[in-house]
Design a protein around this ligand. Structure first.
Ligand SMILES: Cc1cc2nc3c(=O)[nH]c(=O)nc-3n(C[C@H](O)[C@H](O)[C@H](O)COP(=O)(O)OP(=O)(O)OC[C@H]3O[C@@H](n4cnc5c(N)ncnc54)[C@H](O)[C@@H]3O)c2cc1C
Length: 116
């Protein structure tokens, strides 16, 4: 895994990239004529790690109904372990999770009434 630490230029254009190899900590320089920046892959879920089951990438684990391992807690979109981080996928997941939550609430209120 490479951690980019510097994009180098000559005052006019990009000429190179410096990165750290995360495995051994070694620094490397590569000469390049341009770069493409890809951002937004790390989920902001650190605050959930004690309550929800996360993948090793920090994604919230959900089933096909958007349910997490904590009953009554649902999640959807890029923050989950569902593959393909795209808008249309996140929208579909959001709908499924909303229906999953609806289903959960209906069932729990029926169970509450039966217990009363
Ligand atoms: C550079 C880039 C380009 C992309 N291009 C495309 C494309 O062309 N087509 C495509 O289909 N998809 C594209 N995507 C992916 C697309 O943006 C995502 O799949 C989509 O936005 C996921 O929606 P989401 O609601 O799950 O998450 P997000 O849109 O990321 O929404 C999550 C929201 O939660 C907020 N948030 C985070 N933490 C907290 C917190 N602790 N408390 C409260 N709020 C919080 C964030 O601020 C954000 O507003 C691109 C993504 C990136 C980064």
């Amino acid at each position: 895994m490479a951690q980019t630490t510097q994009v180098r230029g000559d005052g006019k254009k990009v000429i190179g990239l410096t990165y750290k190899d995360r495995n051994d900590g070694q620094m490397y320089d590569v000469d390049v004529a341009g770069i493409f920046v890809q951002i937004g892959l790390v989920p902001n879920t650190d605050w959930l790690k004690d309550d929800l089951q996360l993948t090793r990438f920090g994604e919230i684990e959900v089933n096909s109904h958007g349910e997490t391992h904590l009953p009554g807690v649902f999640a959807a979109g890029d923050v989950t372990n569902v593959p393909y981080k795209q808008i249309i996928i996140a929208m579909g997941n959001g709908s499924a999770a909303a229906l999953g939550a609806f289903d959960y609430l209906i069932r729990s209120s029926v169970e509450d009434e039966a217990a009363a």
